[in-house]
Design a protein around this ligand. Structure first.
Ligand code: ADP
Length: 400
């Protein structure tokens, strides 16, 4: 029997990531990126058999559409098309409507467009990707996998803001949470690592990338998460501020800052970039500068790791039992010093680093990096694979 491939599409406001993935093993046969859409330097690049190709994207039509039609030609040219059995789309916001992966039809697409109110940068782009892919691959079943869906199991006490009820009933303001696909995947892998069924496993999953979030997972279900109504809340991130006294917004507005200036500051000029004094938003740059004695980088490292530790400790209140901490995302999967500092901040919970384990669990390797005898729990690293979740869930619906 020939292999079944799924085309995974992650459509951003000015970009489009794509991959053709073998559903049997999760390997990307083809992967690529379209970027700078709408600008003169708009381009698309891909990797196939280890070889990289780049082309310019030109034309008056939507660049998302042009990129997807190029993708049709490309998959045909590379002989992949007859193996592609489905298209899986990563969609950021599913609101309260979508609690799991769904097969896409006109009604679903319209719902995703309606939810643009909650994710103005992401959902319209996701819907453009869906419409373009429906036109380009009319005979293929298509599926939508939502970043928010995994968190729809959160209890009311976790998703309710301590604000007037009407803000929820009239405007839908509540905690939704993001990175759900990643927290879902790593918790399933973590349960396998400790040889327990996921229904009996509880973790605190820490996804640390340019965006970062923590998730409390009780017997397999998300019961709390640090991102909220938008992906701005919770941890300190590359350029996002995370949790912040809302009084600061009022204060800056009264000082004459425009709304735009305030939100640019909190979304794009905060986090590693802001705390380091404008040095960099990239964790590697922070770690390198710290080694050379850069004071801003040292402070950024401390604030970042302290905040992650505080979230982990507080999320014990969300769980009925606890099996361990999971680190994932570009930083969580690779940075020894950051993981080491976080575990050291949790010493009163009994956490001790396994230095050799911490060193080994990098660059794509999973592993145990420490433990707490007191809590009978481990700290582990699990490389995330959101695309593979999209493939598996699309295939599961397809075969159903
Ligand atoms: P995104 O949220 O955009 O998907 P990633 O999960 O790829 O981001 O994570 C990007 C972050 O991971 C960057 O801050 C980068 O510096 C960091 N990172 C990648 N490799 C390492 C490494 N070896 N050590 C420390 N940080 C790393």
């Amino acid at each position: 029997m020939s292999n079944s491939f799924v085309l995974v599409i992650n459509s951003g406001s000015s970009s489009l990531k794509f991959a053709v993935i073998d559903s049997a093993n999760g390997e990307a046969v083809l992967s690529g990126l379209g970027e700078c859409f709408g600008l003169p330097e708009s381009r698309m690049s891909w990797k196939f058999n280890g070889e990289k190709t780049e082309i310019a994207i030109e034309g008056d039509d939507s660049h998302h559409k042009i990129a997807i039609s190029k993708l049709v030609g490309l998959t045909e040219e590379l002989g992949l098309q007859e193996n592609i059995v489905a298209v899986g789309h990563r969609i950021v916001h599913g609101g309260e409507k979508f609690t799991k992966t769904v097969r896409i039809n006109e009604e679903v697409t319209a719902e995703i467009e309606k939810l643009a109110d909650l994710a103005p940068l992401h959902n319209p782009a996701g819907a453009i990707g869906i419409r373009a892919a429906m036109e380009a691959f009319p005979s293929l079943p298509q599926f939508a996998v939502f970043d928010t869906a995994f968190h729809q199991t959160m209890p009311e006490r976790a998703y309710t803001g301590a604000i007037a009820k009407e803000l929820y009933t009239d405007y839908g303001i509540r905690r939704y949470g993001f990175h759900g696909t990643s927290h879902y995947f790593v918790s399933r892998e973590a349960a396998k690592m400790i040889n327990k069924p996921i229904e009996n496993s509880s973790f605190i999953s820490v996804h640390l990338g340019n965006g970062a979030s923590v998730c409390a997972i009780n017997k397999g279900d998300s019961v709390d998460t640090s991102m909220g109504f938008t992906p701005l809340s919770g941890l300190m991130m590359g350029t996002r501020c995370g949790d912040l006294d809302p009084g600061i917004i009022e204060y800056l507005l009264k000082k004459g800052w425009s709304q735009d200036k305030v939100f640019t500051a909190l979304n794009k000029e905060s986090g590693f970039l802001g705390v380091s004094g404008g040095l960099t938003s990239d964790a590697r740059g922070i770690l390198e500068a710290m080694e050379q004695g850069h004071e801003g980088a040292k402070l950024a490292f401390q604030v970042f790791t302290y905040r992650v530790s505080k979230y982990i400790a507080s999320y014990l209140a969300a769980l009925d039992s606890f099996d361990g901490i999971i680190f994932t995302g570009g930083i969580g999967e690779n940075s020894m010093p950051i993981r080491s500092q976080i575990l050291s901040n949790l010493k009163l919970l009994g956490f001790k680093e396994d230095v050799k384990g911490n060193e080994d669990a990098r660059f794509g390797n999973a592993g145990i990096i420490g433990n707490s005898e007191m809590l009978d729990a481990v700290a582990m690293v699990i490389p995330t694979n959101e695309e593979y979740v999209i493939v598996q869930q699309s295939m599961a619906l397809l075969n159903n």
